[in-house]
Each structure stands twice: as structure tokens, then as C-alpha cells.
Design a protein around this ligand. Structure first.
Ligand SMILES: [Zn+2]
Length: 299
């Protein structure tokens, strides 16, 4: 039922700004990510795309000017400095052309898309209700790093499952303790902060790292939430403008992936079909899947 897990700001079509600056004090979810999916049997996924044999790890070839980093970058940091041996972090040595805005006036920034000209796309996977070995296998096969936004109450029966993605180069991030999709309207600041810090502590305990990114259940956020996210020590709220859902891509703008898109998926029974749809779109757009935390410098 998370199918309308939409971003909440109707920004002008074509706007490529990365920041959804909050003007109002409250944003209401238009269609929220509802309760966890039922445990209905997974429909037989029909992969729509088979990795071409000529593309090891499935990554598209990059323009030469970009493959070694941004040619005009003035950063003295060599590409290798962004790499973490043994995993998938920025393997091609992109030097990001986007800078994450800092927390200002106690408010965490909100990212709906990354404003970049580089051929990168960011995969995010939410919740954690459904778990299967196939998910781990597919992520390894496609060699995708992802930001994994977990909800404590969904994963606490089997937190170890998600360590497998972390071992592949993905990172666990914060999607609250209880996944209350109405938290911006039903919970006060202190209660929101408790939802957030509870998951921070859980992630620290089980995955050895305090998350730096927060995804609101259902996508709705508010000034109080931005304050709570910053107070919890995180760097940004991350929403999306594109998702892969029930085996197909769903674009708020246009009909293909754009550089800098943040793509939403879920750990659901139809994971294989969703990932196949994303892969088809990613290859068609010639984008490389890069870990969002690496790109933002918030690993
Ligand atoms: Zn969710």
C-alpha cells in the first residue's frame, strides 16, 4: 500500500532543484505509505531485462570525461580518497558536483533529487517488512549499493538479514521506530524525536553506525521533523521524485530517469520485479548507481 508514497511538494515541472525548501510549517501526505505489506505470496517476478554479458556488474559505460571524476573539479581530494576498498563506494571516483546544504537555523535540509550533471542515480529501499535471500542475491548480482531506510519495528525480528546488504556496500539509514505515516500531524516534537533517536540507537546497536539520512514514513515532513532530524545528528531528510513500484517505474516528472534522481523502492514481495524495472530504466538512461551517502559525503 505504499504505492502512493509520493513526494509532497508539487514543484514546477522541470525544476531540477535538489532542495525542497519548506515554506509551510506542515506538509500533509497526499498518499502515504500505509501499513506493511501483507505476507501475500510474491507474484512470480518476470525480469524484464537481463544484464548484458558485455557489462560486468551491469554498470553502463561512462563518458571518458566523467569516468575519472569531474574534469573541472578543483577539489584537491583525489578520487581515490572517496573510495572505500572492498565495497562499492564511488568506485569510479566521481567528485560530486553537488554540495549538501548544511543544517541551518536548526533545520535539516530536504532532498528530493540531487542537482547534478553527472550520470549518477541513487537507489533507496525502505521499510524491511519482507525479507528473502533472493533480494540479497539480486543486489549482489546487479552490484548495486543502496541507502536502506529501515523501520525498527519491521526489522527487529531479523536485523541480521540486512547486514548482508551492508556487507555489499549499502548503508542502513533511519525510517523511524514505528512507521507512523501521520507522525507530522499526530506527534509532537518530542515524540517525533523519540521515533527518530530510537531508530538511531537501534541502527548503532545492530549495524555499528549512526544513520546520517532520514526518510519520513509516507514522505510527509514538517518543520518540527526537520528540527528533530537535525537534533538527532542527522544531515538530511531524503524523499524522492521517482519510484519503482509493482514492477514498473513511476516518475513524477518526465518518463525516464534523470541524472541525480533518488529512486524509492521497498522490501516487498515484488522486489525482483521492482528491481528489474529500475535496472531497465537505469541502463536505458546510462546512469551509474552511486551510494547517496558517498555522493553527499555523509557516510
Ligand atoms: Zn516506509
Amino acid at each position: 500500500m505504499c504505492e502512493d508514497h509520493r513526494a509532497l511538494f508539487a514543484e514546477p515541472t522541470g525544476r531540477r532543484a535538489a532542495l525542497g525548501i519548506l515554506g509551510a510549517s506542515l506538509v500533509t501526505a497526499l498518499g502515504a505509505c500505509a501499513a506493511p505489506q501483507s505476507a501475500a505470496p510474491a507474484p512470480a517476478p518476470a525480469p524484464q531485462n537481463t544484464p548484458p554479458a558485455t557489462a560486468p556488474h551491469g554498470r553502463p559505460a561512462l563518458p571518458a570525461a566523467l569516468a575519472g571524476g569531474h574534469s573541472t573539479a578543483s577539489s584537491p581530494r583525489p578520487p581515490s580518497a572517496l573510495r572505500r576498498p572492498g565495497n562499492k563506494h564511488l568506485r569510479r571516483g566521481f567528485i560530486p558536483d553537488f554540495k549538501l546544504p548544511p543544517v541551518q537555523n536548526g533545520l535539516a535540509p530536504v532532498l528530493t533529487k540531487i542537482d547534478t550533471k553527472q550520470p549518477v542515480v541513487f537507489l533507496t529501499i525502505d521499510d524491511g517488512v519482507t525479507r528473502s535471500p533472493e533480494m540479497v542475491r539480486l543486489m549482489a548480482e546487479y552490484d548495486y549499493p543502496a541507502s536502506i531506510f529501515l523501520t525498527r519495528n519491521f526489522v527487529q525480528a531479523d536485523p541480521g538479514f540486512f547486514k548482508q546488504f551492508a556487507a555489499q556496500g549499502s548503508l542502513v539509514e533511519n525510517h523511524t521506530v514505528s512507521h507512523n505515516i501521520n507522525m507530522v500531524t499526530q506527534l509532537g516534537y518530542q515524540q517525533q524525536l523519540a521515533e527518530i533517536t530510537g531508530m538511531q540507537d537501534y541502527a548503532q546497536q545492530h549495524y555499528g553506525r549512526r544513520p546520517t539520512l532520514f526518510r519520513p514514513p509516507g514522505g510527509a515532513y514538517s518543520t518540527a521533523m526537520r528540527q528533530a532530524v537535525a537534533a538527532a545528528g542527522m544531515k538530511a531528510i531524503v524523499t524522492w521524485e521517482t519510484k519503482s513500484n509493482v514492477g514498473r517505474m513511476d516518475y513524477q516528472y518526465g518518463n525516464s530517469l534523470r541524472p541525480g534522481d533518488i529512486v524509492l523502492m521497498h522490501f516487498r514481495p515484488e522486489f525482483a520485479a521492482d528491481l528489474a524495472a529500475f535496472r531497465t530504466a537505469q541502463l536505458a538512461a546510462g546512469l551509474e548507481v552511486v551510494l547517496l551517502e558517498d555522493y553527499l559525503g555523509v557516510v
